[in-house]
Write a protein that binds this ligand. Structure first.
Ligand SMILES: [Ca+2]
Ligand SMILES: [Ca+2]
Length: 168
């Protein structure tokens, strides 16, 4: 009988995060498997909004840039400003060059394009080793099925999301 136990743990990158995954869940099914049986690790990545991601879809792309440019010059009190308020990124009451610049400087962030690493704990070296790399779908779900090591034991896995880095 082999025991495979999941461990859900979130590690953030060393750089200050600009795209912040708020939680990363990891589950295993089944959590106890016999020799030769597959186990499925699955989970979900929840992210918080990145600066400049005005429509909150995890990407700072042309859409965000276009929307801010569409509202360029609009100020509080002008007719239709309510519609543009979401694009006033620094919330100073006007959509101006600063807001356009902010989107431009975060342009290219794509949290769904980032790979989630599934790592296994190696007690002999007291470290986590990479087992799989996968991407979450547009709703944040990810899943991988595999054959665990063919030795009786307890295995710990975690999902690791490399911290958001600023596109250079
Ligand atoms: Ca977006
Ligand atoms: Ca503004």
């Amino acid at each position: 009988m082999m025991v495979s136990k999941p461990k859900s743990e979130l590690q953030l990158g060393e750089e200050p995060l600009r795209v912040v995954p708020t939680t990363l869940e990891l589950n295993a099914s089944p959590s106890v498997v016999g020799l030769g049986e597959e186990v499925t690790l699955y989970g979900r990545l929840h992210i918080s909004k990145s600066v400049g991601d005005v429509n909150d879809d995890g990407r700072v792309d042309l859409y965000d840039y276009y929307m801010v440019c569409m509202c360029y010059g609009w100020e509080e009190g002008m007719p239709g400003y309510e519609w543009c308020a979401d694009y006033d990124i620094d919330e100073d009451g006007k959509v101006d060059l600063y807001d356009v610049y902010t989107v431009a400087s975060y342009f290219g962030i794509d949290v769904w394009g980032k790979k989630i690493k599934i790592q296994r704990y190696d007690p002999s070296t007291d470290s986590w080793i990479d087992e799989f790399e996968l991407k979450a779908d547009e709703n944040g779900y990810f899943e991988v099925s595999f054959l665990p090591p063919q030795e009786v034991g307890v295995y710990y896995y975690r999902a690791y999301f490399p911290g958001g880095t600023y596109p250079s």
